[in-house]
Design a protein around this ligand. Structure first.
Ligand code: HEM
Length: 517
């Protein structure tokens, strides 16, 4: 009985202590929330669940449409929570320009990603790096190599690969998506390592695998430990994600190293072609990077540069299937320059006479953004804007799909209408859309990307007709999965324009497909 009484007393003392601790935590929470709310003010919040917020609300592969719907409901900016991160979506060019562009000095870092960045990338992947001296040093070298002045280095690769692409379209039109993939990867492989690419080469397959592994890992919600970095404090043996991420890192390093070693061999033998890697390795800045950083700087370019061009090309083909009217205008311009009887292929030197083609490419960039909800950056110090007060660490993104399809931004935004870009800014590749991102983190390879798409689209439209497949429902271009590369992302009937065009492709494309280096 006495023992029972003591147990009861102990229990009630224990409960009182527990209650007191809970009360203290609660009061602390209330006070810190009060102080936080006094100090900071964020745009309207989308309701979510406790702790994980909106983490599971974004539908996979349809994030752009989800974010557009929210923008229509909440206005120019809204706030979400993904794991521990607070995201502010910027839904108009005006606010993207005012914050991510004009205040880029403080809006250009990246959020912490213990799995995708620290382990899988050895903290060396430029795309995921915080805004730091190391990022600046790499970015500087990248810019010096990828800028427009170096176009003559890349143009011959783009020329030969796009001729090969035409030949692939002629021989196996139903494998057009594979031809696009081969083109995009081979250009970038040539640009970076001065080496062509054959899709059946097992080395190339491994390279492609490393790209898709990291692309998967950076999708929002892909890894719980990236959404909740507090999990990093678990003892290492309990970090279930670590062995897999570590294996991915080792594989990347091995695959990149193999390419670099082969290139060094070619450099020694005097057979290496002028390419990004030879210039990068001989730049004084790069000699200060360690081995991992050097390898990942080259690998990052491969990752960032190939799938993007492939998707942009598919998007314009899709627009051609859906609306033949702009294709007729483009075709007429091409026929004036290259002849209506397949006299010759369009060349880069024709650009001044093919302004409509440049507008087609720009309209493609606007019409369906590569990154449907933008690519997030992190604010590095508290900031104030139009009555809002953002804390350091807030994540910002440009709501790409929403902005592209907003009538306040573009007249008839759903229409593929190249004429909208026939103005004095036509040749400014970045102006008029956000497809390459805003501010200091904007794509460093935009010039190579734009010229890749330009030469392929000019040559494809000159040589082939793209039509809907009879009996198939009309393509819903807002829901096409552009990432798809194992099968056609949408149905399309591709026919060469005439026997003369077929002969032109045989003449130009066959030797290109047989070129070896
Ligand atoms: C049509 C083609 C392309 C598109 C639409 C595109 C788009 C993008 C976007 C949206 C970003 C993120 C920007 C941001 O965070 O604000 C990016 C980053 C990047 N892109 Fe591209 N890209 C293309 C082609 C290329 C090519 C060909 C290369 C290289 C040869 C390249 C290299 C990079 C690099 C290195 C970054 C990371 C920049 C950084 O974080 O500092 N891209 N690109």
């Amino acid at each position: 009985m006495g023992v029972n009484m003591r147990v009861l007393e102990d229990t009630s003392t224990g409960s009182r202590v527990a209650l007191a601790v809970l009360a203290i935590i609660l009061v602390q929470r209330i006070v810190s929330n009060y102080l936080w709310n006094k100090k900071y003010k964020l745009p309207p919040r989308i309701p979510g669940i406790p702790i994980l917020g909106n983490t599971f609300q974004v539908p996979p592969r349809a994030g752009g449409l989800w974010a557009r719907e929210k923008a229509q409901e909440y206005g120019e900016m809204f706030t979400c929570t993904f794991g521990v991160n607070t995201w502010v979506f910027l839904n108009s060019s005006r606010v993207v320009n005012n914050l991510m562009e004009k205040r880029s000095a403080i809006y250009s870092s990246r959020m912490s990603a213990p799995v995708a960045s620290t382990i899988m990338s050895g903290a060396s992947r430029i795309l995921l790096m915080p805004y730091s001296d190391r990022w600046r040093a790499i970015r500087k070298v990248m810019h010096s190599i990828l800028n427009k002045q170096n176009a003559p280095i890349y143009a011959p690769y783009q020329d030969v690969e796009s001729k090969h692409l035409l030949y692939d379209y002629l021989r196996t039109p139903n494998k057009w998506y594979t031809a696009n993939q081969r083109f995009a990867n081979s250009v970038i492989m040539s640009v970076v390592f001065g080496k062509r690419m054959e899709l059946d080469n097992p080395q190339i397959q491994e390279l492609l695998e490393t790209t898709s592994e990291i692309l998967e890992a950076v999708q929002p919600g892909a890894s719980l430990a990236d959404a909740l970095p507090i999990l990093e404090n678990l003892p290492k043996p309990l970090q279930w994600w670590r062995p897999r991420a570590q294996r991915a890192f080792e594989k990347c390093k091995r695959v990149y190293k193999r390419e670099v070693d082969e290139l060094k061999g070619r450099m020694k033998a005097g057979t290496a072609r002028d390419c990004y890697a030879t210039r990068f390795m001989s730049s004084p800045e790069a000699s200060k990077f360690g081995e991992t950083q050097l390898l990942f700087s080259l690998g990052s370019i491969m990752e960032a540069g190939s799938d993007t061009s492939r998707m942009a090309i598919s998007q314009i083909i899709c627009a051609a299937v859906l609306d033949a009217s702009w294709v007729r205008t483009a075709r007429a311009a091409l026929d004036v320059v290259c002849g209506s009887n397949a006299e010759r292929l369009p060349e880069f030197s024709d650009r001044p006479k093919l302004r409509y083609l440049t507008a087609v490419v720009k309209e493609g960039f606007r019409w369906r953004p590569i990154a449907p909800i933008g690519f997030p950056t992190m604010l590095i110090q508290d900031d104030e804007y139009e009555g809002y007060r953002f804390p350091k660490g807030t994540i910002f993104t440009w709501n790409a799909t929403s902005i592209s399809l907003d009538e306040k931004e573009y007249e008839e935004p759903f229409r593929f209408w190249p004429e909208r870009f026939l103005n004095e800014n036509l040749d400014n590749v970045m102006q008029g859309h956000w497809n390459f991102g805003p501010g200091r983190r904007a794509c460093s390879g935009y010039h190579v990307g734009e010229t890749n798409v330009w030469i392929v689209i000019a040559r494809l439209l000159y040589c082939f007709d793209f039509e809907p497949v009879e009996g198939e429902p009309e393509v819903d271009s807002l829901r096409v999965s552009w990432m798809e590369f194992n099968e056609a992302p949408f149905p399309v009937a591709i026919k060469v324009r005439s026997p003369q065009h077929a002969a032109l492709i045989e003449r130009e494309g066959k030797p290109a497909s047989e070129t070896k280096y």
